[in-house]
Design a protein around this ligand. Sequence first.
Ligand code: ATP
Ligand code: MG
Length: 437
Amino acid sequence: MTSTIQSIRGMHDILPSDLPAWQRLEQTVADIFTRYAYSEIRIPVVEKTELFARAIGDATDVVEKEMYTFEDRNGDQLSLRPEGTAGVVRAVLQNGLLYATPLRLWYAGPMFRRERPQKGRTRQFHQIGAEVFGAHGPDVDAELLALCKRLWDALGIGGLRLEINSLGTAEERAAYREALKTYFAAHPDALDADSQRRLERNPLRILDSKNPDMRELIAGAPALDSYLGEASRDHFDTLRRYLDDLGVAHRVNPRLVRGLDYYSHTVFEWITDELGAQGTVCAGGRYDGLVEIQGGKPWPGIGFAMGQERLVELMRLNRKESGAAPHLYFVLVGDSTTSAGLALAERLRSALPGLRIQLNLAGGSFKAQFRRADRSEAPLALILGEEEVNNQTVSIKPLREAGSQQERMPVEDLENWLRKWLSDTTARGPVSDPPMH
Ligand code: ATP
Ligand code: MG
């Protein structure tokens, strides 16, 4: 027998049973972004390697060792995108979108990083991200975080905590970088191999280390806030006041950094304890230097990216995913009922757009059809036999309530019966978008 071919390590199928949660996440995100006046942008999955080298920096793990890079047939160096920001900045410049700022954009899609696969960390993963260009903040910083909070509430995931920090300006960070270098260089034996490598090129990234053995050393490192100037401090304090006024709880984590040089001022992460070691579901910050690095004017910008796999897992743990099981399973008994069943299902789909109908396919005995109805998880079965077709009636049988009776009704009453059933069911279901407070 021929062996079957397996998917690539760290690249997973998203199976039909998981898709309702993915779709609910994506629909909720699209809805909330629209309500905050964001527009969606879709950009290619492959870009010139140089774009990421420039934007992310070649002294980062992502560019140094995680990118899928290959040579095109004409000799161009190309990479699968490891993140979305670089491509969005390129697209915005290339298409002249910065004529009307502030420009609020969002995107979603697959990203690729050749990391060690583990729980919450895959080689193809999916991000939803936002980027705002042309607003200095801190108003937009606060609005972006309120948007995140509204999203968590709408998805029904609680227990996310917001950590924020300020990275100040490039000049302020330069002084801090020297202080960090001095501190870490004084503890050479406590540095792991990654940190030794980072010490010269980018010591801020040592603070981002995930090695538990480094934790103590990092906890003793100097904090950035004593290096902040008045304007940076003011930006940060104002942001915190806005967040307080909005009821967005947050904690200052003075060691929270983004390892990239173009980040400035606000950085943040939304973290959960429910997912083990990979607890950051959303990370972002202000990147006032990035557009200039990419060849544009020095436009300020801020954005975030969230990991869809981790969010879907949180939704699953919080059991708020509304399955997409059909409401109604059509049991068709007798050969001559197929045509009537097809037509009735079409009529109901037109009349009741909220109703999900699964028609029994490929015949089967009454018993076999009920077994399939049960497996479909539909709460209702509709039974159409020869007798029902002849009398212009249908029978409805609740499948998930013990001891419930089958009910027969004229087919002309069915639509109203289902409309009432659907509105009662929806009224009992979870509220999809609770208020912020
Ligand atoms: P980490 O510190 O976990 O490696 P990162 O700093 O590399 O994260 P970002 O580039 O800021 O992550 O990406 C934003 C979010 O995307 C992360 O918080 C996470 O939720 C998700 N993410 C990043 N890399 C992966 C991955 N390999 N697998 C699954 N999700 C990921
Ligand atoms: Mg990473």
